[in-house]
Every structure is written in C-alpha cells, then in structure tokens.
Design a binder for this molecule. Structure first.
Ligand code: FCB
Length: 446
C-alpha cells in the first residue's frame, strides 16, 4: 500500500461529522427539538430504538475530540450546526448559549490550526418549522436564509467557507418520499417540493454569504448510475434515476435549469413549487466549490413495480461494506470525469466532503476501512491526473456515531466510541490516516 497518493500541494485533509450524529445534549443550553428528536422517539423508526439524545456527547467532549483531530494533523474539520440550538423554534430570537457553543468550537479548532468548515443544514430541522410544513413549505427557505445570516454574522470573521446543505437528495427521498428518515413523511414523488425549497434555501443563503465575502459550497450525495443491461428499458430507468438522484440537485445550481422531470412523471414546475424567478435565485449566486459525498455507484433496472420508473438492484461480484453498500472505488474517478463532461466550465472546483465505510465493531484492526480509503484516494489521485480540480478530502467520519435509522449499529469512525462509557479509542485507520497526511506534507515541503 502506498504511503501517500499523488495529490496536489495545498490539498486539504479533513474529517466530517454532523450535529445530530455526535453532539447529544439535545435538551441542554436552550436547544429546541428537531425533527430527529421527534422521529427517534417514534416506536420502530430507528433500529433498536436508539436515539441521538446522548450520541458521542461531543457537546461536552469537543476539546477531547479536537485533540484527536489535531493529532491527526488535519487541515480542516467539516461539522454541522444544529439549527435548533441556535434558533430553538427555527426563527425568532437567537439562543445565545447555542451560538456560544459554536463560537467556542470554532475558536478551539483555530487554536489547533484546523480550519472550520460548517454545514448549515444536516437534516435536523427545528420541529417548530416542521409543524408548519417543514421543507414542503416555501417559507422554510426564507427562515433558513435568516439562520444563515445569524451564523455568518457571528462566525464569518473566522470561518471563510460554508456549506449550505448536506445531501438534499437523501433528505428529500428518505425524509419526505419514503419516510425512513425524519420527518418520516411518505409522499413519494409529491415530496419533490421539499427538494425545490431546499435548493431555494441554498440560493438565498448563498447570496447572503457572498455579500459578506464568504465562500459557499453545497454538498451533494452523487452516485454514478449504471444500467443493469443495455436494454432500452433498463437504460431509460437508469436515466430516470440519474435525474432524481444527481441532476435534480446539481443542474439548477450549476446550469440554472431543472432536468426534464417528465421521466419521473413529475410536472416541470414541481407541483407548483417553482415560482417565476426561483431558478435565478438558485443559480445566480454561483458556487465556489461543489462538495461531493461519494459512497457507491447505483445499478438500475426497469421497474417491476409500476408505481416507480426504476428498480434499484445490487451490484454483484464486488465487496460490500458492513452496511451492505457495494465498494467500487474507480466509480469515484468515473463520476468526477463524467461531471466534467456534463458540466464543463460550469463545474467549480470539487471537494470530497464525505467518503468512508462502516466496518463491523469486532474487526480490529479495521483493515477494510484502510483498504476502502486507500482505494478511493487512489481513484481520486487518478482523477486529478486526468485534469479534475479536487481541493480536499473529508473522510466520514472522525467518530463512530448515530447512523440515522441504523442507530449506533454502523460504525464509520476512525475512532471507536464505547457508547456506554464514551471512551474514545483510535483505530488502525486513524493511525494510517495520520501517517498519510504527514507523508503528503513531507513530500510537498521538499
Ligand atoms: C451520508 C450522510 C452522513 C452519514 C453517511 C454515512 O449520507 O450525509 O450523515 O450518515 O451518509
């Protein structure tokens, strides 16, 4: 295994986390409830009834976690801000204690030489906004813009770049179409106004952040889509899935138009959600970087259930993670080259804002994770060699954490967390990542 990959000088190494998955302290410091508190309390919603109420107790243990990051030698830390910690009811009065937590976190990171990269929305919508319709309600986009302003005005003097949304695809589809994530609505394609309102929220916030001289990224979960066969029916299904998963969330931002949604049977104005001028609000601010969360490609076949325009099928003959996700590292290289082909000059610099895998707790050393990360970094280095402008890599995740509907069962951390005692134990992959970062720096200092 190489001790480093051919990645450019100035390439930024990081780790990524999200507020509800690590912070805990859900009823402390004036935090209001989020949709994930409500959803976790619903019987049967989360495997084994787990909740994020304590999670990794990062709210109290952040100095220890930053010490772990410092020891890794990270350039950057991608975390998310819990909107209901700052604005307990989503709008209205600011909760000073909540804002002070992120202030302390940012200062401690900077003292450790780590650049903070906050994400403003990683799925924990204030419950009060969900009660008014959540992302199905256009007004939520405007509340998000206000919240973004509060954060930028407080931290913008120390935080140069911001991510507006994390994976609006996953939030829309799991949260509003299928109901397997909070807020647990199962509206199928009628969930798509939630996608448009998130993109509108992104655009409104992006303008306000730019006015304050800050850089803006959006983190999309992108998947290379492959048809199960070359039959016209499988290929049409693959194109429909690509529209839903990738294009719907990237075309409006980069190209200023929605893809043809008729392949999904969805009207072009997304059931009346798209108002005149909206596309411009989404596209005009531009993006300083596209965040890509990459986990796996998706294989698609013609539907067996006529209610859907596609069927998702497994990719045989490749390894699978503990979560059952196929491991296809070269698909990351192909994805990046495909984006360059599709978007050309409209594609901004890319940062991998998530990539990683869950590994069974009993596997020690966690060699499958080391192999996973190494193979993906190799694919990334090849994409760079083929002309893609990649600025950084944030592995998911620093700590084992609350993995949404799977509770604490999927362990994605470089650091093991004992959820009974909160003891952190760095895994073999932690030492491997630390050495890799050091080797990269040494090489570029020479
Ligand atoms: C992504 C999410 C992140 C984490 C990883 C495994 O879809 O953004 O919060 O759950 O998957």
């Amino acid at each position: 295994m190489p001790d480093r990959f051919d990645l450019p000088t100035g390439f930024r190494w990081g780790v990524a986390t999200a507020a509800y998955q690590i912070e805990g302290a859900v009823a402390e410091g004036g935090r209001g409830p989020s949709v994930w508190d409500t959803f976790s309390a619903r019987p049967g919603a989360i495997r084994d009834g787990h909740t994020g109420a304590l999670a990794c107790d990062h709210y109290h243990r952040y100095p220890e976690d930053i010490a772990l990051m410092k020891d890794l030698g990270l350039d950057g830390y991608r975390f998310s801000v819990a909107w209901p910690r700052v604005l307990p009811t989503g709008s209205g009065p600011v909760n000073a204690a909540g804002l002070a937590f992120y202030d302390r976190l940012v200062d401690a990171l900077l003292e450790g030489g780590i650049t903070p990269l906050p994400t403003l929305f990683h799925w924990d919508l204030p419950q009060a906004l969900e009660d008014r319709g959540g992302w199905l309600d256009r007004d939520t986009a405007y509340r998000f813009a206000e919240y973004a302003t509060v954060m930028a005005d407080r931290l913008g003097d120390r935080v140069p770049a911001w991510i507006t949304l994390n994976e609006p695809f996953v939030h829309t589809v799991f949260g509003y179409a299928l109901g397997t994530h909070a807020p647990g609505r199962a509206l199928m394609f009628e969930a798509l106004p939630a996608a448009h309102h998130q993109l509108l929220a992104h655009g409104l916030a992006a303008s306000l952040l730019h006015e304050r001289g800050l850089e803006v990224m959006l983190s999309n979960n992108l998947t290379p889509v492959e048809a199960a066969s070359s039959s016209p029916a499988d290929r049409a299904a693959a194109a429909a899935y690509d529209t839903l998963h990738n294009r719907l969330f990237t075309d409006p931002v980069l190209l200023g138009r929605y893809p043809d949604l008729s392949v999904l049977g969805v009207p072009g104005d997304i059931y009346g959600a798209v108002h005149p001028g909206d596309i411009d609000l989404i596209h005009a601010p531009g993006l300083d970087g596209l965040g890509i969360n990459y986990y796996n490609p998706t294989r698609v076949a013609a539907p067996t259930d006529p209610a859907l325009p596609f069927d998702l099928v497994d990719i045989p003959d490749v390894p699978h993670t503990a979560f059952g996700w196929p491991v296809v590292p070269d698909a990351l290289r192909k994805l990046l080259l495909h984006l360059k082909d599709e978007y050309g000059a409209a594609l901004p610099a890319v940062t991998i804002t998530e990539n990683g895998c869950s590994v069974e707790e009993s596997i020690d050393p966690d060699q499958p994770r080391i192999d996973f990360l190494a193979a993906h970094l190799d694919a990334l280095a090849q994409a760079v060699a083929e002309g893609i402008d990649v600025r950084g890599y944030y592995t998911w995740s620093l700590l084992d954490n609350f993995e949404w509907a799977e509770g604490y069962h999927q362990r994605f951390g470089l650091v093991h967390v004992d959820f009974e005692t909160q003891k952190r134990t760095p895994k073999a992959s932690y030492a491997w990542y630390r050495d890799l970062i050091a080797a990269h720096r040494l090489h570029h200092a020479e």
